[in-house]
Design a protein. Structure first.
Length: 484
């Protein structure tokens, strides 16, 4: 009986192609989560001067506003705090990692589909029947142009993530400035309360002497002691509020709540805000609207992609086989006909998504205009109130306190009047601090809404073990992210 021919060459070719394909596949590598190491890194962030110095250099290369140096040993300024927030803020870290995901998608989109390797064989049961086989290699030719549009859409999605980073960085700067102003106001409040308690205690010592010689009734003396106790209780509450504001501020900067760093109070007002054509500035510069524009472009590219999916790609296959001991070359081609489906559902959904994206951008603009109007009104009203307190009420109470103190030195004691003056003076100064803080916060909100006065790129972030993006990836992100 004659032996049947076996497809040794076909099997060897099939095996060789399979081995080559598998060799190009990536392999899994475990990377355990190490929170202990992260705790050490978190506790020593302020000591990482080299990384922060390198970060400052890259900011300077971009022309971004930044302090000349970073040295927390002489106290941390607000400008240095903003740099720390841009470098370590937790929400910004997540936003940059999200952009990294979008970048990974963009870098690996628009690729041809993997070829398909097929093999089939037929063993005839007849003793003299040959072994018939076929070895095919299938390939999809993207003649529809869909891959290019897929790349455009992935780039648009990545660009949207970059715009989100810009928006979040701008909001983070504003959040640090606002938190710094509130904490600075709390520091000034604490100082004012301590000064008021010292003055009331002086009055209390005088009233105790007057009560002992019968020149002051017990009821009047008790009122003074009650006011001292009230202010001491208020001081405890105020200290708790100050600690909470400090913790919030440290959190924005990515520092632990018990970080051993001296913060320098800052309630200053920067240069005047230009409010010429504020709506025009809002449209052109607001960072959130930049995100909405990028989202709309992504929706546009998604619709382009769904429409292009109507047009089919060409599938071809070639191979080698044997039938009845005759070697054969195999060739086949197929193409879908868009007669019934034509991706109508995908197109309709993408078109509806584009309209929703348009509405989201328009309603976001409407919301921002209302927020800007409220911030401007608050800034104007607060400035008017502040001017009244600074020029009229506070000087008046200061003069009242000086006159009563002078009478006290002359032996003409008006204890309750002095106590009332001290209380009113403290309330006026406290309100003055609150108004000053409100003015600064309203100003910061206007600046946040109007956006930066120059286009911003996402700030580079130096690598940090387990926590930050690598410099090379950040540079790539900026190169592909481009303009505002």
């Amino acid at each position: 009986m004659q032996d049947k021919p076996k497809p040794h060459r076909a099997l060897l070719a099939c095996g060789a192609l399979s081995v080559i394909a598998l060799a190009g596949c990536q392999r899994y590598r475990s990377q355990p989560l190490d929170l202990d190491a992260h705790h050490v890194a978190l506790s020593t962030r302020l000591n990482d001067r080299d990384s922060i110095a390198d970060f400052l250099d890259r900011l300077a290369e971009q022309g971004a506003a930044a302090p000349d140096h970073f040295d927390p040993t002489d106290g941390l300024s607000r400008e240095e705090g903003e740099i720390l927030a841009l470098f370590y803020n937790a929400d910004l870290r997540h936003a940059r990692l999200d952009a990294g995901i979008a970048l990974a998608t963009a870098d690996n989109t628009g690729l041809w589909q993997d070829p398909t390797l097929g093999f089939n064989g037929t063993e005839l049961l007849s003793p003299s029947g040959p072994f018939e086989y076929g070895l095919t290699l299938g390939l999809t030719l993207p003649i529809s142009g869909r891959l290019g549009i897929e790349q455009d859409r992935a780039d648009a999605a990545y660009h949207t993530e970059l715009r989100r980073i810009v928006d979040m960085e701008w909001d983070t700067r504003a959040a640090v400035r606002s938190a710094w102003a509130e904490w600075s106001a709390a520091e000034t409040h604490s100082k004012l309360i301590r000064e008021t308690i010292d003055r009331i205690e002086q009055v209390e010592s005088v009233t105790a002497k007057l009560e002992s010689i019968g020149e002051l009734t017990r009821v009047e003396a008790r009122l003074v002691r009650a006011e001292t106790a009230r202010f001491k209780a208020y001081a405890i509450e105020d200290e708790l509020n100050r600690i909470g504001l400090r913790s919030t501020l440290l959190g924005l900067m990515g520092l632990p709540g018990d970080a051993d760093v001296t913060l320098l109070p800052d309630l200053r007002t920067d240069a005047p805000i230009s409010l010429d054509n504020p709506i025009d500035q809002l449209i052109r510069r607001n960072t959130l609207l930049g995100v909405k524009r990028a989202e709309y472009q992504t929706a546009e590219d998604s619709l382009r992609l769904e429409i292009r999916k109507q047009y089919p790609d060409l599938q071809i296959g070639a191979g080698y086989g044997s039938e009845n001991n005759d070697d054969r070359l195999l060739l086949g081609a197929s193409i879908a006909i868009p007669a019934f489906n034509a991706n109508r559902a995908g197109i309709a959904e993408a078109r509806a998504e584009r309209e929703r994206s348009r509405a989201t951008a328009e309603t976001t603009f409407e919301l921002l205009t209302r927020q800007l109007a409220r911030a401007q009104a608050k800034h104007t009203a607060t400035k008017a109130q502040l001017d009244t307190y600074e020029t009229v009420l506070v000087p008046m109470l200061d003069e009242q306190y000086r006159e009563i103190t002078h009478l006290l030195e002359l032996g003409e004691v008006e204890t309750l009047l002095l106590l009332e003056t001290l209380t009113r003076q403290q309330e006026a100064m406290s309100t003055l601090i609150d108004l000053k803080t409100s003015e600064v916060l309203a100003r910061i909100e206007i600046e946040r809404l109007l956006g930066p006065d120059r286009p911003l790129l996402p700030f580079p972030v130096a690598s940090e073990s387990h926590t930050q993006s690598t410099p090379s990836k950040t540079t790539t992100m900026q190169t592909k992210g481009g303009d505002q």
